[in-house]
Design a protein around this ligand. Structure first.
Ligand code: ADP
Ligand code: GLC
Length: 495
């Protein structure tokens, strides 16, 4: 190990391609890779789910770690991501992680009843790294979302915390709320269960613990960093966030331009680029054939790939699907989540078999094919911490239609006459979370689609923008250095 390199432990509950339920997995793969390119010795810590154990070749690096209240000793395994770039530590404890189902829920969509213990223990293992009790001794622990929220709490009550802790918020809507008994169960001191600690309306909030005890907080876009300091978006934690606003900033997510690149995307039959879009048309045809939609040379194809939850605004889309179809468009929807929304969509699909395709489930390959084959991509989110699909869309020459919120506001530039003239427009943006505003926005996009010159300009603007991680990874590196410097200065004052 090069002693002069900045050492960072990046802790996440999911990482592409090992285990993924959403954008957190994409970020947990791409950001560490980008940081390593900048010379940071960043290593990932993940739970030992079956898919992680199967895909990586791992060796045991620590055995017999005692982690009360767990009965059996814990094992820590190590390997490298399959692309050979980022080293990974895996926390193995079969009883907690080796089971059939998703990382957070069973196959019926019900949260695992022992999630507090599962992710409390993940946090406890990470805290061992933080107190420099293991081989790798990070200077920074970078936590992500509620599943890692107890890391700063465990370290706060450790007499020798040797690290600085960054807590990244990918979504305020998920907080990890559990009954107060978990404080004792997990071995946290009773005084942590306070308004000035991890207590939240009489319960324990893992996310609040992370926000309260970390040294710095980031969110995944500058606008969301402001949004969450107001009631609607803060989910009850807006007060704490605004009190700590001087230790909170938004760093926009990037995208992995090797995984998401129409010039060499391994999920596509035809590749294309901004200089030659012929391949895009062939992807559109292939998508129509695959999903048995009516073949057409002129009908615009609108895509949507999403977790089917309230956040994503699918309830705004459903009532206007008949109208969108009447306007001559076809729709391709891929998603899973809320059972009621899934049913509504499937039912609509039976009414328009040649114009609406609904795939319920998780399908990485189809997601890439939709990004490449669709002409437009719809993302009418009620809130959106960052959002990755609108950026994938712009890179693929697929024009996003988004609501002005969070990261969508920060990445998509509305096709107003002025912005078109200035050659900066990349998509269509609407304000209010209601179906009629969304419909007007879709109609605006459909109308512009007929004007081939303007459409091509929008594609060009999106396809030539830099959405890579390089700049944002650099911002994280500056933040890490700033925190380490503060620690060193504090040390000097104490001496
Ligand atoms: P979020 O993390 O809130 O779900 P993001 O836009 O940040 O939203 O990231 C979502 C990621 O998950 C994208 O990579 C998207 O393509 C992927 N995704 C979401 N739903 C599906 C699905 N049903 N099948 C395949 N990929 C999906
Ligand atoms: C969350 C957010 C999404 C963001 C992703 C990665 O799941 O909902 O907006 O892009 O995390 O940061």
């Amino acid at each position: 190990m090069n002693g002069s390199k900045l050492r960072v432990l990046f802790v996440s509950s999911e990482a592409y391609p090992l285990v993924k339920t959403g954008g957190l997995a994409d970020v947990s793969y791409a950001l560490p890779n980008a940081l390593r390119k900048l010379g940071v010795d960043v290593r990932l810590l993940l739970p030992g789910y079956p898919s992680v154990l199967e895909q990586l070749s791992l060796i045991e690096v620590h055995e017999n770690i005692k982690l009360p209240p767990l009965q059996e000793p814990v094992r820590l395994l190590a390997g490298t991501m399959s692309d050979g770039i980022t080293p990974v530590y895996v926390f193995q404890y079969p009883h907690l992680f080796e089971r059939e189902g998703g990382p957070y829920q069973d196959n019926m969509g019900k949260d695992w009843s022992d999630n507090a213990l599962r992710f409390g223990m993940l946090s406890k293992v990470a805290a061992l790294f933080g107190s420099h009790s293991l081989l790798f001794k990070p200077q920074i622990i970078h936590c992500n979302d509620w599943q890692t929220g107890l890391i700063p709490a465990f370290l706060k009550f450790n007499p020798n915390p040797s690290v600085k802790i960054v807590m990244s918020i990918h979504n305020m809507a998920y907080q990890g709320i559990f009954s107060p008994e978990v404080v004792t169960l997990l071995g946290l001191p009773p005084e942590s269960f306070s308004m000035f600690g991890l207590e939240y309306h009489g319960k324990v909030s893992f996310l609040k613990a992370g926000l309260y005890y970390s040294d710095w907080m980031t969110t995944v876009s500058p606008t969301y960093a402001k949004d969450i300091q107001i009631t609607t978006y803060g989910y009850g934690l807006e007060g704490l966030l605004s009190q700590r606003k001087n230790q909170l900033n938004g760093i926009l997510n990037g995208i992995d331009t090797e995984v998401w690149n129409p010039e060499n995307d391994s999920c596509l039959k035809c590749h294309y680029s901004n200089n030659n879009l012929a391949g895009k048309t062939r992807n559109t045809q292939a998508l129509r054939n695959k999903l048995k939609l009516a073949s057409s040379k002129s009908a615009p194809l609108i895509g949507m790939i999403s977790r089917l939850t309230e956040q994503k605004g699918i309830d705004l889309v459903i009532p206007i699907i008949p109208e969108i179809i009447k306007n001559g468009a076809q729709l391709v929807i891929l998603g899973s989540g809320d059972k009621k929304l899934e049913e509504n969509l499937l039912q609509l699909a039976t009414l328009y078999p040649k114009r609406l395709s609904v795939t319920i489930g998780y399908d990485e390959e189809l997601a890439h094919q939709i990004e490449a084959g669709a002409n437009m991509f719809i993302m009418p989110s009620k809130f959106e911490p960052c959002g990755l699909n609108q950026m994938y869309s712009m890179c693929y020459g697929t024009i996003p239609i988004v609501r002005r919120t969070g990261g969508l506001a920060d990445t998509v530039i509305d096709a107003t006459p002025d912005n078109i003239e200035k050659k900066i427009a990349t998509g269509f943006v609407f304000e209010k979370a209601d179906s009629s505003e969304l419909l007007s926005c879709v109609q605006r996009a459909l109308q512009t689609f007929r004007d081939k010159t303007t459409w091509r300009r929008l594609q060009h603007n999106g396809m030539t923008r830099d959405f890579s991680w390089q700049k944002s990874a650099g911002q994280y590196v500056s933040l890490y250095h700033q925190l380490i410097k503060e620690k060193e200065n504090a040390g000097k004052v104490l001496q």
